[in-house]
Design a protein around this ligand. Sequence first.
Ligand SMILES: *Cc1c(COP(=O)(O)O)cnc(C)c1O
Length: 400
Amino acid sequence: MHIHPDARSVVRALAPDEPVILNRPHAAARAARFFVETFPGRSLYAVKANPSPDLLRVLWDSGITHYDVASIAEVRLVRGVLPEAVLCFMHPVKAAGAIREAYFEHGVRTFSLDTSEELEKIVAATRGADGTRAPDLQLCVRLRVSSDYSELSLASKFGCDLTEAPGLLQESRQYADWLGVCFHVGSQAMTPFAYVQALERTRAAIAEASVVIDMIDVGGGFPSVYPGMQPPPLEDYFAIIHRQFEALPIAYNAELWCEPGRALCAEYSSLIVRVEKRRGDELYINDGAYGALFDAAHIGWKFPVRALEDDLIKPLQDFAFYGPTCDDADYMAGPFALPSDIQAGDYIEIGMLGAYGAAMKTDFNGFGSSPAVLVEDEPMASLYDGSLRREVRDNVVSLR
Ligand SMILES: *Cc1c(COP(=O)(O)O)cnc(C)c1O
């Protein structure tokens, strides 16, 4: 595939009528290497954040060997792209047929659960033709933990609470060759303390159950950088998680896992859109709520923007966006700061859309198509280029 230097050269070369996804494999590779080298345990990739086969190969080549999959379609996809990858089926509510296919056809051994019913389902679906029980199940009991420190809650849907957890751990231990505890603190956790409260809960559940625990999975939730959301360095998260993990009453050789989605792929993609119409401070663009900007529309997520025209000279002004479909809900309030002389026909780059951006696109109303190209420049923001750590260091220097 042809590689372009940056978004401006893509606009010059293609003058695209449709939105264009810009992928930066070097940014995803850098994020993956950072987790592989710095997280004090194993890092899985949560595939739902962006299931693109190209991205999966970049992560694999950068040392990510384990993948958190949530549906049988994701199991088949990752198995097809990465035949040697270890797949972990971490959705606590699965169809029996999906469990059976994952176990017998795709070599999946790790399954999560948050009820006795799901445990029975997993045990039944993995029995051999002669009725023998699967001897090699790796089970993870999903705990419900607080999402109070995250921008996007995952606290109400999945996970057993502290009254149920000890019993479920004891019950699962009887069927598991290897038993873990997992949780998810919510996406974009803005402070490492999110993991402290979750690991306190984990400690209480394990102490009460008094069973041998082989693995602790602290889930996803590791943040990326967006306008108005500048997280502390990931090293701070890793240090606190490691300290809490070391103090848990678990097997001496217990493993520590994490399963980031956003933090591994947010920097991978940005998007070029074109302004099709301007109405005051509202810009009608050709992607939106049913495309890669789902989160911008539905939960008011802020993404960085920049105009890609050389002839825009006026100071920045705040704009809202309308997407291309005929639905009033196809609206992104922003605000997005762009030159005040922007007009129909001008192109904009919207950054940090590698996670939960490209993955959310639909074909609603005929507006789904977006070619993808590779670019070489830096993402609009990065957790991994040293800039955050440099700021911290600069502060220290200036204090002296
Ligand atoms: C979505 C999800 C993740 C990834 O979450 P991020 O906030 O993107 O890091 C990890 N684990 C599970 C079980 C998930 O559902």
